[in-house]
Structures are given as structure tokens and as C-alpha cells.
Design a binder for this molecule. Structure first.
Ligand SMILES: *Cc1c(COP(=O)(O)O)cnc(C)c1O
Length: 404
């Protein structure tokens, strides 16, 4: 593919909201992404854990093509087939009874917070406070920023939405200390993604569930990143053997297109007509994409493969860590991280990109991996080979020059 476009004249028109490398990505296939010079990259970022089946997945293209030639959006006040079938699929395969579709993780989380506040008004004397966690991430709307505990966000865009208290992740006493009559819910990511792939421990989640039962609080799982097979379970809550009351999904459920969902148990699903909506809510095109993704994930053996290849990936990263005396490997399934110790993860990700590998560095010392769920073992091995070469180069580059 030869492109006759001068990208340099186009780039200044985009609002510069993040530092971006020079490459312009033009097409992809599975775990491979290609830039304007046809340079291939093994993609272990996959649009930030959204491309569940990799780039240009045939079943996703086909579903989008077929649905777009039928009906794209009859409107949120009418039923459409893909939304109905996807909602049923989600309730059949989870512990939830009701689904509200929207377009982003932040929007789903706003919905979860609204639902909790409504429930607090109806059943808990107007309790509205949500206990969330330091280093947690729930999105970039004003309210989800207030719910997040991301360092550096404390004083941005004042005044903040009120009603969020921050506990310490995996520290049950810090949660207990914040519970008052005003508390209505506890909201967490089962694996904190942006914080650097930090799993909630099983005892912590079991105690949270108990606290919620004792104090009549809603347990909200933000599974925007961990849901839809990412961790090797269909939803990460299954791993803990508990059922949350509310769950949010986005990222992986659309396989790359903007689709998100708010799921609730029937007993706390208390929105009345007019409380929640959105022009793009449950549009047929995005829900058709969601159906294509869920159908594939639900094929028997698919998740077992995610777990097996995830273990293989984790093992190969551990070997790499031992070889270069780096830190721990964390995470489950296809959501993994490697602590690179004193090396700069940002520098490693830049060198890796030169070498044809896309990896994310959410922290100074941390590489995060969120490949397509259907990545093959041989592609993982190819990525490890590039990462090995990259780390070796970064170590040598940072060593003082030896005078002989
Ligand atoms: C990405 C993410 C969000 C925000 O999702 P958007 O679609 O970017 O709004 C919320 N929560 C978690 C856990 C995420 O990883």
C-alpha cells in the first residue's frame, strides 16, 4: 500500500492531548499493525486492550458491514435486534439481570455512580458517597476523574464532583475507616490497570463483599479493562467467587469500536424512565460488533486458550526478568505487566517500537501487555525475542563506557 499523503501538514490540526510517536498507523491484521511505510509491528497494546480479536478481525468487519447495510441506529427510544440479543447474551453469561449500553467506559461508570446514588436516595436515606481507591482509574469525565485516584489529578479542573472517598487498595482497614451513614457503594477495578496491573487479592475482595452485606452497600466492579475474557475468565469477578451488584464493561466488549455497558442486579436496578439515556445508547451497529465479539469469546475452549497462552506469556516474561535481573511479572490471562526495575519503561517502549514491537509503559518502571486474546504462542515468542533484544540494548546503553 503506497500512500500519497503529507502527514506533516495534517498533524497540527489534531488537538495535542498526548505525546505521540511519529508513525501513522494505516492497517493491521491480528497481532500485527503497519505504519505508513509498511513497517510491521507486533502489537501488544491493541488500542489499549480494546481489540479483543486483534486488528481487522474478519468476524468483526463482517458484522459491521452487514449491520451497517441493514440499520445503524433506529434511536435509543426503540428496540433493535443486536441490542436485544447482546443484552440477553450478557445476562445469560453473568450474574446480572439488566444491561444499559453506552459508548465509553467513563460513560458506563458515570451510569454506575448515578445508579448507586439513585438507590441511596430510594433506600438509604440519601446516602451518596462512593468509596473508591487510590491509584484507581475510572475515566476522564469530571465525575469519573473524581472517582479515580490517579496521581496528579487531585487538583485538576476544580471544582470536583463531591462524594468520593479514597481507600488504599488491598487494605481492608482503610475501607472500614471510611464507611459512614453517607456511604452507598464501594467501587473498584478487580485488577487496577492504569496503576500498573495490580490485582485485588482474594481475601480483600471477600472482605469487601462482606462489608457491603453488613453495611448495605453496593459493590461496583469496574471491569472496563478486565472484562470480556481479558483475564482468562469471562469476567474477572468470577475468579473471586463472589458476585458484584453492579459491573461496567467497555474496551474489549466492542473489539475496537465504541461500545460500553452498565450491568446491574435486578434488586438494585432502580433507574426510572428518563433517569438514564444517550443518543447512541444501544445503537444497532455497535451492538452488532459486541455480538460478534461475544460469540467468539463464548466458543468453548476460547477462554482456556487465553489462560494457556497467558501462562506461556507470563512464563516467558519471567525468564526474561531472571536473565536481566528485573522485577516481578504481574497479572492474569492477557493482562500482564513486567517491573523493569531501574530501567526506564518509557525508553524501552520507544526502543521496542523502533524494533517493531508496541508495548505500553503506564509507569516509569513498568511495561504493560494487553495483546489480542487470540494471539498465538509463536507470536508471543516473536515479541519476547524483540523485547529481549530491546532490554539488552537498553542495559548496555545505560552502562558507563568501559575504558580499556
Ligand atoms: C479505560 C478505562 C476506563 C475508561 O474507559 P473509556 O472508554 O476510555 O472512557 C475506565 N475504567 C477502567 C478500569 C479503564 O481501564
Amino acid at each position: 500500500m503506497k500512500l500519497n499523503i503529507n502527514f506533516r501538514t495534517l498533524k497540527p490540526s489534531l488537538m495535542p492531548t498526548s505525546a505521540k510517536p511519529d508513525a501513522v498507523f494505516v492497517y493491521g491484521s491480528g497481532s500485527y499493525l503497519y505504519d505508513e511505510n509498511n513497517k510491521p509491528y507486533i502489537d501488544l497494546i491493541q488500542g489499549w486492550a480494546v481489540n479483543t480479536l486483534g486488528h481487522a478481525a474478519p468476524e468483526l468487519s463482517k458484522a459491521l458491514l452487514q449491520q451497517s447495510s441493514m440499520v445503524i441506529n433506529p434511536g435509543p427510544a426503540f428496540f433493535n435486534t443486536p441490542a436485544l440479543t447482546l443484552a440477553k447474551k450478557l445476562t445469560d453469561h453473568s450474574c446480572f439481570d439488566h444491561v444499559f449500553f453506552c459508548s465509553s467506559g467513563a460513560e458506563a461508570n458515570e451510569g454506575a455512580i448515578k445508579l448507586a446514588r439513585k438507590w441511596g436516595q430510594l433506600h438509604k436515606n440519601g446516602a451518596y458517597e462512593v468509596i473508591s481507591f487510590s491509584d484507581g482509574f475510572h475515566g476522564r469525565t469530571l465525575t469519573t476523574m473524581a472517582a479515580s485516584g490517579k496521581a496528579g489529578w487531585e487538583n485538576l479542573f476544580q471544582p470536583k464532583t463531591e462524594g468520593f472517598r479514597k481507600a488504599i487498595f488491598n487494605d481492608i482497614d482503610s475501607v472500614k475507616a471510611l464507611i459512614t451513614e453517607k456511604t452507598v457503594a464501594i467501587m473498584l477495578e478487580p485488577i487496577q490497570g492504569e496503576a500498573g496491573v495490580i490485582p485485588a487479592t482474594i481475601p480483600f475482595v471477600l472482605e469487601l463483599k462482606l462489608l457491603c452485606q453488613q453495611h448495605e452497600l453496593l459493590l461496583i466492579f469496574d471491569e472496563v479493562q478486565t472484562g470480556c475474557g481479558r483475564t482468562g475468565d469471562l469476567f474477572a469477578y468470577e475468579y473471586y467467587g463472589i458476585e458484584p451488584d453492579i459491573m461496567t464493561l467497555a474496551k474489549g466488549i466492542g473489539g475496537g469500536v465504541p461500545l460500553a455497558a452498565l450491568l446491574s442486579k435486578k434488586w438494585c436496578s432502580c433507574f426510572e424512565h428518563g433517569d438514564q439515556g444517550g443518543t447512541y445508547s444501544a445503537n444497532a451497529l455497535m451492538c452488532a460488533a459486541g455480538n460478534a465479539i461475544m460469540d467468539r469469546i463464548l466458543i468453548p475452549g476460547f477462554l482456556k486458550n487465553v489462560r494457556m497462552n497467558g501462562q506461556h506469556f507470563s512464563k516467558r516474561l519471567t525468564e526474561l526478568s531472571k536473565r536481566y535481573q528485573l522485577g516481578k511479572v504481574r497479572g492474569r490471562g492477557m493482562l500482564l505487566a513486567l517491573d523493569v526495575g531501574t530501567l526506564s519503561a518509557l525508553e524501552i517502549s520507544a526502543i521496542a517500537r523502533e524494533n517493531g514491537l508496541l508495548v505500553n509503559a503506564p509507569r516509569n518502571n513498568l511495561l504493560r501487555f494487553m495483546p489480542a486474546l487470540n494471539i498465538g504462542a509463536y507470536e508471543i515468542d516473536d515479541a519476547i525475542t524483540i523485547l529481549d533484544k530491546t532490554i539488552k540494548y537498553a542495559i548496555e546503553k545505560n552502562q558507563p563506557v568501559q575504558l580499556t
